[in-house]
Design a protein around this ligand. Structure first.
Ligand code: ATP
Ligand code: MG
Length: 1018
């Protein structure tokens, strides 16, 4: 597979303009076709010229209608404005005269939105029959196209109607009237329309677009202080120039505003000029706009009034007002009739005089208090303005003036090196400041901290991105959409307000845009080697492309990965500009290159491969990598990450057709999920059991799934923990039957271990011993056939040895029991599995407690508790603490012991586990007895006995009965104690629990001799 060739289609946000001639049908009836065609041609030419002057392209002539795009093939950050400006020009106040047609009026519709645009291929049957017309090859598809056409149809003659989205992007640049909501064909909801009536003359683009909703200023205090210092220098007559340079949206304009606002109006004044993207070729446009504003000229003012104002202004500004006024009138293109004599100068001379007089006005304005002159967005200056600014910069050196000039990084003036000029490169905000900004935009609408962080992260400290991402999210939430998860994951769509500007930055790259697109599919960070491999580029070509991306400020080199998109949103914009189909094909290509050229990726970063395969739509291929990633995450104790990866794998599988392969993969994932849950939530957690149960269901569906025994054994263990011993035994028996039909030792080991465990807890010691010994014998013979631990968390050998240890101790062979428990621990350590080590340690502590060795019990319980806390294994915390406390009490350290026991009780109460409950509550009763609290001991013993009766967990019952008897004895009820002991002896005898039987007999003897109670654990 080679690099997929770029699609002729693109996903783009564009603004669409549709215009149409009013009353064309009537005209066509009245005119000869030839005359009509000529008239049409003239009309189209005129409209096309207007559209193109504003940067639009005509896509189609539809009868007398024209469809035009702004933002295709190249986006500009002011595409929406350009479309509206063109619309305004197409509906002048007076109808235009077109030869043969007479006065002509248009109606116009404008809308903005995401479209797919390009050479949309015809179906073959249409292509064959269609006449090839030049403009018919480019078409766009999207809701905004329909909307523009509906608005155009709705607009009365001489009116331009604008869609809500377009108006939102341009509201402070133009004047709008509410035109109401209207139902349209193809739209579920009525759509708001706006009538555009004129253009405003705001002070700057910032003042127009951003100033209405200012976020409280964050950071930048030091910079403002520095600018104020410069102002003070200027006050002394040493004029200064500061060029604020920085990427779009980093906050240049805001800093200028903040600086101006910080000045005391008694001690300084300020004045503003601004360049505009659509006026880059319009000589002195910033000056003209400035004068229009300060002189106070409005659309529709009669020329007389305008001239009066110009006169007044000129006289007030300079002593040579009489010379200044006609120059200004000429600059502002105001018809002067015969108010002034004709200007006697050459145009060059005229311009020189104008500049000189303007400089005089600025010099005069710097008295009696110094003047701050802000010139915004110099990167859009026309050449004449450039010249004017250079003149000003040179002159102001000796004036009480601070010039604060803003520009994007590609602007490099020749005067930048002058001694009185300094450049400040504005950097994005620090993370903490970015977070504060998000919070202050949210105001009282509290957002979860994770979401605030996610926005700050995606915005990379760029104030513009922070504002628009946050506001966009707030709007979506207000609109009832639950976009939080997307926003948190950083995958929410790019806000409309940012789309054009981001697309424009990519479009400026030319052919390298494609490389940026491919890189964006790799991710925010990408290695040059992978990019080269995916694009099939030579080293030189790649370096060249990367240098272009770096020079354009879109990409930066990183120490680790190679390269990185400077802003997450630039990467997102590049990604979003690809068709979904192209994204998929590129993800597939990247996965393929990763697998072939970067063999380290699969073992070290399986999540990367999984992500690309998933995004390529190769879901089944992604699953094994997700499993590997989950395993890696679990090993790095990333429980939540591992869980998320497995759940993702399951969701992926559910979307695939139900084949045998899918079911096998599901079994693998569910088994891992069960094991992970057991480790971190405990055996008795519903999630653990549910995962294994789901796995078993699929094993049964397949009939002969290789993992069935392992799943049965794991599920049986969960059932044991829920004290459903009979159910566990059923699974064990099923497993045993299957084992008979399979080769290898593993299934036998699993079945015997499980059966032995269930029987042990039920107090069926003799039977349990047979199965546990068989499990161990099989294990000894297994060799290379050692059962894999993938499905279940515990090592089968360690587990069988632990059970055997308890059993042997209770049956009277304390030495063998201890040995088995130590052997279990040694084995667990040899396989270096923390969970199994913890299991073995905890059992060792319990075995020591049962055997009556309080000191050893304390030591092992202490080690077990420490490990359980360190590894976050909830199952082992409660029991370990309980045993440690009880051991401390038995060893005479009552204070420590009572505290531990209490904590153990609380930990245990919080858990849903019911297995081992008789043991735990029994141990609690023993602890209470040790503390001399016989009533509590009696109550707890009673609870343990009831639990034993309810669940059939009888392995510790004889000992609990003895404890209960001792409590009765302490309470002075010798008769009851005697009866209880008799029950204990009978039970122990029947079970073969020699240890418990001997203890109960001694207690009975003590009772007969009227002795004080025997210690509870001896
Ligand atoms: N320090 C800040 N604290 C709060 N808001 C800020 C800060 N800096 C910028 N903003 C806000 O972020 C948005 C973008 O800032 P601004 O318009 O000043 O960027 P710019 O660098 O001038 O961009 P452009 O190159 O497009 O003119 C504005 O709405 C502005 O109010
Ligand atoms: Mg700005």
């Amino acid at each position: 597979m080679s690099l997929p060739s770029p699609s002729p289609l693109q996903r783009r946000q564009i603004s669409i303009l549709m215009c149409d001639l009013v009353g064309f049908t009537v005209m066509s009836e009245q005119l000869d076709p030839e005359a009509l065609a000529e008239a049409m041609h003239t009309y189209r030419q005129a409209c096309t010229a207007t559209i193109e002057r504003h940067g639009g392209v005509v896509a189609q002539y539809i009868g007398d209608g024209i469809l035009a795009y702004f933002g295709y093939p190249h986006s500009r950050e002011d595409d929406a404005e350009r479309a509206v400006r063109a619309a305004l020009d197409l509906v002048p106040a007076e109808p235009e005269q077109v030869p043969a047609l007479g006065p002509v009026r248009l109606h116009v519709g404008v809308a903005t939105g995401l479209v797919v645009v390009g050479n949309i291929p015809d179906a073959p049957e249409i292509a064959a029959s269609r006449l090839q017309l030049p403009h018919h090859d480019v078409a766009a598809i999207g809701l905004a196209i329909n909307l523009a056409s509906r608005l155009q149809a709705l607009a009365p003659p001489g009116v331009a109607l604008v869609a809500d989205e377009t108006r939102a992007l341009t509201r402070s640049i133009f004047r709008y009237e509410d035109y109401g909501r209207h139902p349209h064909k193809g739209f579920a909801e009525p759509q708001q329309a706006w009538r555009v009536t004129g253009e405003r003359v705001p002070r700057s683009r910032f003042a127009a677009l951003r100033a209405a909703e200012l976020t409280p200023l964050v950071g930048r205090n030091e910079l403002i202080a520095r600018l104020q210092q410069r102002m003070e220098q200027a006050r002394g007559g040493a004029g200064r120039v500061v060029l604020l340079s920085g990427e779009p949206g980093v906050g240049k304009s805001r800093l200028a505003e903040a600086m101006a606002a910080s000045l005391d109006p008694q001690r300084a004044r300020s004045t503003w000029f601004a360049c505009w993207p659509h006026l880059q070729n319009s000589p002195l446009a910033p000056l003209i706009r400035h004068l229009t504003r300060v002189i106070g000229i409005a659309d529709g003012d009669p020329p007389e009034t305008v001239l009066d104002r110009i006169d007044a202004f000129a006289q007030q500004q300079v002593p040579d007002g009489d010379e200044f006024a006609p120059l200004l009138a000429d600059l502002l293109a105001v018809p002067t009739q015969d108010r002034y004599p004709p200007l006697p100068m050459s145009p060059q001379r005229q311009r020189a005089r104008l500049f000189a007089l303007l400089m005089q006005t600025l010099r005069a304005a710097a008295e009696p208090v110094p003047l701050l002159v802000v010139v915004e967005d110099l990167h859009w200056a026309d050449p004449s303005t450039d010249e004017l600014v250079a003149t000003f910069v040179a002159l102001l050196k000796d004036w009480p003036v601070l010039a604060l000039l803003t520009a994007r990084p590609d602007f490099a003036p020749r005067w930048a090196g002058e001694p009185h000029v300094e450049t400040i490169a504005l950097e994005p905000l620090e993370t903490a400041a970015a977070v504060r900004m998000v919070e202050s935009i949210c105001g009282r609408q509290a957002m979860p901290p994770a979401l605030v962080q996610a926005i700050a992260r995606r915005a990379d400290g760029m104030p513009l991105f922070i504002e628009d991402l946050t506001r966009d999210l707030l709007e979506r939430v207000a609109g009832g959409a639950a976009h939080a998860p997307e926003a948190e994951a950083g995958t929410a769509p790019i806000p409309m307000t940012l789309t054009d500007a981001l697309a424009a930055r990519l479009d400026r790259l030319g052919p390298t845009r494609r490389i940026a697109q491919v890189a964006s599919v790799i991710g925010r960070e990408f290695s040059g080697a992978l990019l080269a491999s995916v694009c099939g580029l030579s080293d030189a070509a790649l370096q060249d492309a990367l240098q272009q991306l770096i020079a354009a400020g879109l990409v930066v080199p990183t120490p680790a990965a190679g390269y990185m998109f400077r802003h997450a949103l630039v990467r997102d914009a590049a990604y979003a500009s690809l068709l979904r189909k192209e994204q998929q094909a590129l993800h597939a290509r990247i996965a393929e290159r990763l697998a072939q050229d970067f063999p380290d990726t699969a073992p070290r970063h399986p999540e990367l491969l999984a992500q690309h395969l998933e995004d390529a739509g190769q879901l089944a291929g992604a699953v094994p990598h997700l499993l590997a990633a989950a395993r890696l995450a679990a090993r790095r104790s990333g429980f939540a990450e591992a869980l998320a990866l497995l759940e993702r794998a399951l969701r992926l599988l559910q979307t695939l057709p139900p084949t045998r392969a899918r079911t096998e993969q599901e079994i693998a994932v569910l088994s891992r999920l069960g094991a992970l849950n057991v480790r971190h939530r405990g055996f008795s957690a519903p999630e653990s059991r549910a995962a294994y149960a789901a796995a078993l269901q699929r094993c049964r569906a397949l009939g002969d799934a290789p993992d069935t025994c392992a799943v049965l054994s794991a599920l049986g263990s969960c059932e044991i923990m829920l004290a459903r011993f009979d159910l566990a035994r059923q699974f064990a028996t099923e497993c045993l039957a299957l084992a008979q039909r399979q080769s290898g030792q593993a299934p036998h080991i699993m079945a015997h271990r499980l059966l032995g465990g269930a029987l042990l807890l039920q107090g069926e010691f003799a039977q349990a011993r047979t199965h546990l010994e068989q499990a161990l014998q099989r294990h000894a013979h297994a060799g290379a056939d050692d059962p894999a631990q993938g499905v279940f968390v515990q090592d089968y050998k360690s587990s069988a040895l632990c059970y055997l240890a308890v059993l042997q101790t209770i049956m009277g062979d304390a030495a063998a029991g201890r040995e088995a428990a130590l052997a279990s621990l040694a084995h667990a350590r040899s396989i270096a599995d923390a969970h199994t080590v913890n299991f073995a340690l905890c059992f060792l502590a319990c075995v020591c407690h049962i055997a009556g060795d309080a000191d050893a019990a304390w030591l092992h319980a202490d080690a077990s508790l420490a490990l359980a806390r360190e590894q976050d294994f909830p199952t082992w915390v409660g029991v370990s603490q309980l045993v440690r406390g009880t051991a401390a009490i038995a060893a005479g350290r009552r204070g420590d012991g009572a505290r531990d026991v209490q904590a153990g009780i609380s930990a245990y109460e919080g858990m849903a586990a019911v297995a081992y409950q008789t043991f735990a509550v029994g141990v609690m009763a023993q602890a209470m007895l040790g503390l001399g609290r016989s009533a509590d001991a009696a109550a707890l013993a009673g609870r343990a006995i009831a639990a034993a009766e309810a669940t059939g967990e009888r392995f510790y019952l004889a000992e609990i009965l003895r404890t209960s008897a001792l409590a009765q004895q302490q309470a002075g009820d010798a008769a009851a104690a005697e009866a209880t002991l008799a029950r204990a002896i009978a039970l122990a005898q029947r079970q073969g629990a020699s240890l418990f039987e001997a203890r109960a007999r001694r207690a009975l003897e003590g009772l007969g001799a009227g002795m004080a109670a025997v210690p509870p654990h001896a």
